[in-house]
Unconditional design. Structure first.
Length: 234
């Protein structure tokens, strides 16, 4: 069986230590190799033209001009390199500009290795799906195109990555239990899916912290108020 071709990566980051961390992250992902590091926008333009990398890891804050401006210049000269923006910038205008410039993903610093690995894998899957489109029968072309654009859904799932120690299977069971009930306490959720109350509460509190579900305090006649959980749209 022929292995997938290696994808090359250019790291665009003006902080040497951060660039080194990103490089080590990339090299832990099978099928990806860092071919260069650029510390300025001008250098990045030159290195992109010289190396023709498949992927750019792009910081927004660069010494000469912004990563968003670099993205615009790349697209303006017809460069369709896949770009993953990696930055501490959280402003809506910056996120919007990155999306308008055709960035594949936008990752906010600091982030764990797994987040970058998932996005690199997503870029590969999208590129592979794109390469298959012209080889597909006419009746399957739309399905192939949908697969190319499915990386957006993958990005949303990655943003909801579970903390260490929580399993996807139990997380799905917790959410399913909430869907079946108007509202649940941690104890009721635990009984519904067959786990301990402490375990159920960990999952419920995680989903509450990211806004996936809502929490209501039920004040009884004595003791602490009971935390009751419901789906965000309930």
């Amino acid at each position: 069986m022929t292995s997938a071709p290696e994808l090359t990566v250019l790291v665009v980051e003006d902080d040497f230590m951060v660039a080194s961390i990103h490089t080590r992250f990339v090299e832990r992902v099978e099928g990806f190799r860092v071919v260069g590091v650029a510390a300025t926008g001008s250098q990045a333009l030159e290195e992109t033209a010289r190396l023709s990398p498949d992927v750019l890891l792009l910081d927004v804050h660069l010494p000469d001009f912004s990563g968003i401006e670099l993205l615009r210049r790349l697209r303006g000269r017809g460069d369709d390199t896949d770009v993953i923006v990696i930055t501490a910038a959280r402003e809506a205008d910056t996120v919007r500009a990155a999306a308008a410039g055709g960035a594949a993903h936008y990752v906010v610093k600091p982030f764990p290795f797994e987040d970058l690995a998932a996005r690199l894998d997503d870029v590969r899957r999208s590129r592979d799906a794109l390469a298959r489109i012209e080889q597909q029968p006419a009746g399957q072309v739309q399905a192939g195109i949908d697969e190319v654009f499915s990386h957006q859904a993958g990005a949303r799932e990655t943003r909801e990555r579970l903390p260490k120690g929580l399993s996807p299977e139990t997380a799905r069971a917790v959410l399913a239990a909430l869907q079946d009930a108007d509202e649940l306490s941690a104890a009721e959720c635990a009984d519904a899916i067959g786990v301990s109350r402490v375990s159920a509460r960990r999952y419920l509190e995680h989903f509450a912290s990211i806004g996936r579900i809502g929490v209501r305090l039920n004040y009884g006649t004595a003791g602490r108020p009971e935390r009751r959980y419901r789906t965000a749209r309930a």
